[in-house]
Write a protein that binds this ligand. Structure first.
Ligand SMILES: [Zn+2]
Length: 558
């Protein structure tokens, strides 16, 4: 890019960025529609899209009560090779701003207010330096969105552009990624309609740094699986306690055996996925009485770099079996002590290990109860969906209701642990897992690092996985035989209000890269982005990556 072009580009990026920040596009609200209208109108102003209206679109989400859309625009150059530029336009809410929340969308006012409150030294330093913009969504990811839009406008002005650029702006990334899951079909449709070949998908989420002059780009994204654990015990009066089985104790044991357990961390080179952590855990007691509860349930998240759902379910089954055994042993030990205190002969309790997956109990219910079960399950699901839409129950908790419903229809009445999976599920993706990768994609990181060195003496290091969870997860699918048969059948809400277009993802199979500006404190009230990156550095890096990926490509075996 020439100097004059880049200063025009910077002015344009800044304008779009500030206008995007001012729109309150909280995830899961109609504010997302407001930002969609803005994005569509901005793109439509360009001469290119005015002359080519069929290459710009608003793609409405199916059955979305908020009536949100994906905004897309295709700049058609020469040949089939196409770069997909992806960003999301929703942001997380502003509760963490507390009394400053009315200023979360106004960087100038927010910076003034932040000066008068107690903040960490590093934040204070950045605030005083004046190089950072503080606002909700500044880093995640309206800066990335503004850069991509301004770049697309530039490409649209160029004559004889080598290759094609498709920009895709999705809603709901911070929630269930409905935008991207539906965007997969849109990508397939556009590919067919315009006869394109997708060579690379470029996302522009902000990156966080350990060292000031070391940037990071990512050639993939971490996976996330949310197991749901439901424990049915045996209810009894507390005066008759050895006739019961306390589900709280077993769930607690499972929590203790999984929370921060690094056996669940994947290691890939020097990248390690954080160990699991529980988000929710409680019993199902509705009101007080002098008995132990009937059941308990909880859910947690497992981040993956390499393990498939098949492997994780096997690992969970083992941990739950062991936890069950530990609890029974402990109960027997206490029972023996109790009996000997009352001088009775020692007996064993009747409990045995009983751990099943949701798909197993679902099959049992069909075998045992047939159509009566299926009808009741469907009615219950439909009622639940209404409750979820009215925000009376959230999606992870709704799984407990459906598991209970299935257990009503099976013959097994013993204490049981049921393992299920809750939406959302994000498969991990990494370019290194692609069997065929073009030479240009393989060398793209070197280009990025070279230009960063040359222009600003900065190093850009590659990581295989963006750890922040992203929509990049949905543009390819590897090891599908260890994913597809394990997700749907173990997800009670599957194809009722949540699904993943696995086949279409496998068909698309697009390598990915995330190149975005330097950001800090994402999802916190001190969220901020470095403006030199937004206005100058990241656009150059993106332009370099795009031009390189659209240059001559040969497929080569990795
Ligand atoms: Zn994001």
């Amino acid at each position: 890019m020439k100097k004059s072009d880049s200063s025009n580009l910077a002015t344009r990026i800044e304008k779009i960025f500030m206008e995007l920040l001012a729109i309150k596009s909280h995830t899961g609200t109609t504010g997302e529609r407001d930002i969609e209208a803005y994005l569509y109108q901005e793109l439509r102003k360009s001469d290119y899209f005015r002359a080519n209206p069929e290459k710009l679109g608003m793609y409405p989400l199916k059955r979305d009560s908020l009536k949100r859309s994906i905004i897309w625009g295709l700049v058609k150059g020469k040949g089939k090779k196409t770069i997909v530029l992806l960003h999301h336009h929703d942001v997380v809410d502003t509760f963490d701003y507390g009394i400053l929340k009315d200023h979360a969308y106004n960087p100038i006012k927010l910076a003034n207010k932040l000066k008068h409150i107690e903040i960490a030294d590093e934040v204070k330093k950045d605030l005083e330096a004046g190089e950072w913009v503080f606002a909700r969504g500044a880093a995640d990811m309206k800066a990335g969105a503004a850069i991509q839009i301004a770049l697309v406008e530039e490409y649209a002005k160029q004559q004889g552009l080598e290759g094609n650029i498709l920009i895709v702006s999705v809603p709901d990334e911070e929630s269930l990624s409905t935008g991207m899951r539906e965007g997969v079909k849109l990508l397939k449709d556009i590919k067919k309609k315009f006869d394109l070949e997708y060579v690379l998908l470029v996302n522009s989420e902000a990156h966080q740094r350990d060292e000031e002059d070391k940037g990071i780009f990512y050639e993939g994204s971490v996976g996330k699986l949310m197991p749901v654990i439901y424990v049915r015990g045996k209810k009894t009066h507390i005066g008759d306690i050895f006739h019961g089985f306390n589900p709280i104790v077993l769930l607690s044991q499972i929590v203790a055996n999984t929370e921060l357990n690094t056996a669940f961390s994947d290691v890939e080179g020097d990248e390690v996925s954080p160990p699991p952590s529980w988000s929710f855990c409680r019993d199902t007691k509705k009101c007080y009485d002098a008995s132990i509860p009937e059941a308990s349930g909880g859910y947690f998240s497992i981040l993956t770099l390499t393990r498939t759902p098949k492997e994780i379910l096997a690992q969970l089954q083992k941990v739950c079996d062991e936890s069950f055994e530990e609890v029974i042993d402990k109960m027997n030990e206490n029972y023996s002590k109790f009996l000997s205190k009352s001088r009775e002969s020692v007996k064993k309790l009747p409990w045995s290990i009983n751990v099943k997956t949701f798909s197993e109990i679902y099959e049992e219910a069909i075998q045992y109860s047939g159509d009566a079960f299926l009808k009741d399950f469907e009615d219950t699901t439909n009622e639940l969906i209404v409750e979820i839409q009215k925000n009376k129950i959230n999606i992870p908790e709704s799984n407990f209701v459906l598991i209970e419903k299935v257990l009503e229809y099976v013959a097994d009445r013993r204490p049981i642990v049921v393992i299920a999976i809750s939406p959302p599920y994000y498969p991990h993706i990494a370019n290194k897992d692609f069997k065929k990768l073009s030479k240009t994609v393989k060398e793209i990181g070197k280009r990025i690092n070279d230009i960063a060195q040359k222009e600003w003496k900065e190093t850009y290091n590659k990581k295989n996985y963006f750890m922040g969870i992203s929509d990049m997860s949905y543009v390819a699918l590897h090891h599908s035989d260890e994913v597809i048969p394990y997700i749907g059948p173990n997800m009670p809400l599957w194809e009722k209000m949540y699904d993943i277009p696995f086949e279409a993802m496998r068909d698309l199979s697009i390598p990915v890269i995330n190149v975005g500006p330097w950001g800090k404190d994402l999802h916190k009230f001190t969220e901020r982005v470095h403006m030199k990156d937004v206005l100058e550095k990241t656009p150059v890096l993106l332009d370099t990556a795009i031009k390189w990926a659209l240059s001559e490509t040969q497929l080569s075996e990795q």
